[in-house]
Design a protein around this ligand. Structure first.
Ligand SMILES: NC(=O)c1ccc[n+]([C@@H]2O[C@H](COP(=O)([O-])OP(=O)(O)OC[C@H]3O[C@@H](n4cnc5c(N)ncnc54)[C@H](OP(=O)(O)O)[C@@H]3O)[C@@H](O)[C@H]2O)c1
Length: 278
């Protein structure tokens, strides 16, 4: 069981989606390469959370990390985002579903608390609903019971965040969103987060933005820094205040992604990348 105080926020989160049977080995590899933040979800459709727990256990046994070295984040996912492998009783109230999903996550991850618990996505794409308010209240109860230190929301629009803020003065600690360069790298949501000291976690930084990776500006910056375009994107993301995620399955890319934390971009390069496509 994980009993130590959790560490400060890592520079990178290692994402565990879509890895299926390779999940335990890739989690152990990522920790061996130096990642200290793990992102998962109790959503068997896209994540093998119990496999994350197996990878963590292997890393503890191999003395790669201790429990207290890690930042662990998982998510509650509504029924429509799940397949038949549910971590809760779908007939139960949302409040009970959150409690059951959290209990199952803690069992999968072999811990008695996580560092961050995230609502995977609001119930509706069009606003913050009563269902979201109920789930958020249940998540707060999990936090108050110390089964998570912090709370977050994912896949949210500015409208969701504004309505959430109107309903509840306490902001989430994290927003986790897919980050498209063509929408100014989610500019509106990032600004909202910056004003309220919410930490913005960006995912799909590479896969959502192939036009950036092939852009002459980014390729030129990469050549001059003796880096890869992917490293430029991660360095840029961090410089504008994001906590980036990577879900790479390659040891070489893990090394490169972590090494991007040492890259320094000039302010004019950052501004140029930020306004390339929107
Ligand atoms: N909240 C949500 O709804 C949500 C949705 C999606 C994802 N996520 C989280 O975010 C994590 C990351 O997902 P993602 O969408 O960003 O995609 P991803 O799974 O990280 O995929 C990134 C792609 O970029 C490649 N890549 C990584 N590092 C690279 C490098 N240095 N150079 C070249 N290619 C590189 C990877 O290929 P290789 O494997 O060959 O390196 C992979 O094809 C997920 O695992 C999950 O934890 C959350």
């Amino acid at each position: 069981m994980r009993t130590n105080q959790s560490p400060t926020l890592p520079d990178f989160l290692y994402g565990t989606a879509w890895k299926e049977d390779r999940t335990p080995a890739l989690v152990e590899l990522a920790l061996g390469m130096g990642f200290r933040g793990i992102d998962t979800a109790n959503q068997r459709r896209h994540y093998f959370e119990a496999g994350v727990g197996q990878g963590l256990a292997a890393a503890y046994r191999a003395e790669i990390v201790t429990h207290g070295d890690l930042f662990l984040q998982t998510k509650f996912t509504y029924r429509p985002g799940q397949d038949h492998r549910l971590p809760y009783d779908p007939a139960a109230s949302l409040t009970v579903q959150v409690a059951q999903s959290m209990a199952s996550s803690l069992e999968h991850l072999e811990t008695d608390y996580v560092d961050s618990y995230v609502l995977h996505g609001p119930a509706s794409g069009y606003g913050w609903t009563d269902a979201d308010a109920e789930v958020w209240e249940a998540m707060r109860k999990e936090r108050d019971a110390r089964r998570t230190r912090l709370l977050g929301v994912s896949n949210v629009s500015l409208e969701h965040l504004e309505q959430m803020a109107a309903a509840d003065p306490e902001p989430p600690t994290f927003v986790q969103n897919r980050c498209y360069a063509r929408f100014g790298w989610d500019r509106e949501v990032r600004l909202f987060c910056r004003e309220r000291k919410i930490i913005y976690q960006g995912f799909s930084l590479l896969t959502a933005n192939p036009e950036i990776l092939h852009h002459p500006l980014v390729m030129g910056l990469a050549t001059r820094a003796n880096a890869t375009p992917a490293q430029i994107v991660f360095s840029f993301a961090r410089t504008i205040g994001m906590l980036p995620l990577t879900g790479t399955s390659s040891a070489e890319h893990m090394k490169q992604d972590l090494a991007s934390t040492n890259l320094v971009l000039e302010p004019d390069a950052v501004q140029a990348i930020e306004s390339l496509f929107g």
